[in-house]
Design a binder for this molecule. Structure first.
Ligand code: ACO
Length: 430
C-alpha cells in the first residue's frame, strides 16, 4: 500500500501520509493532525498507536511471528545464546568472533558492583520485593559513573555502560535475593559464563561453588533469550519515554523495571504461581477455578494465558514448553502445583471460553513452572524477566538517542473534568 489516507472532518478533507514498514505493516502518519484540524486521536492502551519507527523487533501477533533484527526467535533459541542475542539486539548485527569476545570481556570486566553499593542494599528491609531493590539499585548505580549521567563523551562510553548494565543487572538481582534470604553475598567469578554466573551468584556458598546442571543452565539462558525484546510493550515504551527526555541509560532502564513489575506484564509469571498455590490451598484441582474464571467471578483470570498481540499462539511459549518438559523430566520433580498447571493447560486449550477469545498459554505460563522447578523463589520471577529484557531496553534506548528526529514524548488527552468554576472559601463549601 502507498499514497495517502483521507480524513474528513466537518466536510474538510485532510490527506494523511501512509507509512509502510519493512514487513508491510501500514501506519497512517497523523503528526500534522492537531495543527491542521485541532483534533487529536484517542486510543486508550495505545492498541492502535505506533509511537515510533523501530528496526529492532518485529511481531506478527496473528501469525505468531517474533523476529529480533530479522532473525526468527525459534532459530535464535536453537542456535544462539543470550549473550550473542544481546549483542545482536543492541548493535543490529550478529557479532563476529572478535566482537563477541570483546563484548563478553566487557561483560566480565563490568560484572562487579562498586563496593559502595553494598551500603545501599543494607538500607532495604528484609521484606523488600526484589523488583523494588532492582529498580532502586540500577538507578543508584548510575551515581558511580558520572560520565554516564552527563559529560561530553556520553555517546562514546555507551558500549561500556551497555555492557555494565547487562552484566550488573544479574549481579544486583542475585544480591537482592541473598539479602532478602539472609544469605552471605557471593561475588561473580570470571570462569563462569553469563547464565552460569547468575546461578552461581544465587546458589553457591562461600566455600562451595554450585554444581552446574547443563540442562538448567540452558533453560535459564533460553528464558533470558526469549524475553530479550518484545517490541513496544509497556516496559519498553516506558524506557523509550524516559529516554526521550534525555535521561541516562540506567535511569531509563530503572523505569522499565518498575513498569515490568505489574501482574499484567512481567509480574504475570509470579502471578501464575500465586494462582496455582491458591488453587492448591483451596483443595481444588483447577476445575472450580476455571469455572469461576469463565463466569468472571471476582474478576478472576487464568494467569499466564492470553496476550495483547499474540492471538493464535505465543511462539516463545512453544519453545519454552519443550525445554520445560525436558527440565521436569530430568529433575524428576513431583510437585502438586505442576500437576495443577498441566491440568489447567489441558482443559483451557480445549475449552470454548478460551478458544473463542483466542487465549493461549503465553511464555510466562511455562517460564514460571521452570523457575519453580529449579528453585528460583517466586518473588524473583519478574526479576528474571528484567534480566532477560535488559538488552531490548538498551537497544531501544540507543535507538531513541541516535534518532535525529526524536522528540520528547508528550501524549495528549481528552479532558473530561469540570469546566471552569470559581473558588469557594472553606466556610462556604457544602
Ligand atoms: N483469563 C480469562 N479471561 C481472559 C484472560 C485470561 N487470562 N485474558 C483475557 N480474557 C478475556 C477477557 O475477560 C475478555 O473477555 P470478554 O470478551 O468476555 O470481556 C477477553 O478475554 C479480552 O480480554 P482483554 O482484557 O481485552 O485482552 P487484552 O488483550 O487487553 O489483555 C492480557 C491481554 C492483559 C495479557 C490478558 O490476556 C491477561 O490479563 N492475561 C493474564 C495475565 C498474563 O498472563 N499476562 C502476561 C502477558 S505476556 C507478557 O507480559 C510477557
Amino acid at each position: 500500500m502507498t499514497g495517502t489516507a483521507e480524513l474528513i472532518i466537518d466536510n474538510k478533507r485532510l490527506a494523511l501520509p501512509i507509512v509502510v514498514g519493512s514487513e508491510g505493516e501500514v501506519g497512517i502518519d497523523i503528526a500534522t493532525l492537531r495543527d491542521k484540524t485541532g483534533c487529536i486521536t484517542l486510543d486508550p492502551g495505545y492498541g492502535n498507536t505506533g509511537a515510533c519507527k523501530s528496526a529492532i523487533t518485529f511481531i506478527d501477533g496473528e501469525k505468531g511471528i517474533l523476529q529480533y533484527r530479522g532473525y526468527d526467535i525459534a532459530e535464535l533459541a536453537a542456535k544462539s545464546t543470550f549473550v550473542e542475542t544481546s549483542y545482536l539486539l543492541i548493535y543490529g548485527e550478529l557479532p563476529t568472533a572478535a566482537q563477541l569476545a570483546e563484548f563478553s570481556a566487557l561483560l566480565t570486566d563490568n560484572q562487579m558492583l562498586h563496593e559502595g553499593m553494598r551500603f545501599h542494599f543494607e538500607g532495604f528491609p528484609p521484606s523488600a520485593h526484589p523488583m523494588a531493590i532492582l529498580s532502586a539499585m540500577i538507578n543508584a548505580a548510575s551515581s558511580y559513573y558520572p560520565n554516564m549521567v552527563s559529560g561530553k563523551n556520553r555517546q562514546e562510553r555507551f558500549p561500556h555502560h551497555a555492557a555494565r548494565l547487562v552484566s550488573q543487572v544479574r549481579t544486583i538481582a542475585a544480591f537482592s535475593y541473598r539479602k532478602a534470604h539472609g544469605l552471605p553475598v557471593i561475588y561473580p567469578k570470571s570462569k563462569f559464563k553469563y547464565t552460569e554466573n547468575f546461578l552461581h551468584l544465587m546458589f553457591s556458598m562461600p566455600n562451595e561453588d554450585l554444581e552446574l546442571n547443563p540442562e538448567i543452565v540452558r533453560a535459564l539462558d533460553l528464558i533470558f533469550l526469549l524475553h530479550a525484546d518484545h517490541e513496544q510493550n509497556c516496559s519498553t515504551a516506558t524506557v523509550r519515554m524516559v529516554a526521550s527526555s534525555r535521561a541516562n541509560l540506567f535511569a531509563s532502564a530503572a523505569a522499565g523495571v518498575c513498569a515490568l513489575w505489574g501482574p499484567l506484564h512481567g509480574g504475570a509469571n509470579q502471578a501464575v504461581l500465586e494462582m496455582l498455590e491458591e488453587i492448591h490451598r483451596e483443595g481444588d484441582d483447577g476445575s472450580k477455578f476455571l469455572t469461576e474464571v469463565k463466569n468472571k467471578t471476582g474478576n478472576r483470570r487464568l494467569m499466564g494465558f492470553g496476550h495483547r498481540v499474540y492471538k493464535n499462539f505465543d511462539p516463545r511459549a512453544v519453545i519454552i514448553k519443550e525445554q520445560c518438559d525436558k527440565v521436569l523430566a530430568q529433575l524428576h520433580k513431583s510437585d502438586p502445583l505442576l500437576d495443577i498447571a498441566k491440568r489447567l493447560e489441558e482443559i483451557a486449550l480445549h475449552d470454548d471460553y478460551f478458544i473463542s477469545r483466542k487465549l493461549y498459554p503465553n511464555v510466562d505460563f511455562y517460564s514460571g513452572i521452570i523457575m519453580r522447578a529449579i528453585g528460583i523463589p517466586m518473588d524473583m520471577f519478574t526479576v528474571m524477566f528484567a534480566i532477560g529484557r535488559m538488552p531490548g531496553w538498551i537497544a531501544n534506548f540507543k535507538e531513541v538517542m541516535e534518532d535525529p528526529d526524536s522528540r520528547i514524548a508528550r501524549p495528549r488527552q481528552i479532558y473530561t473534568g469540570p469546566t471552569p468554576r470559581s473558588y469557594v472559601a472553606l466556610d462556604g463549601r457544602a
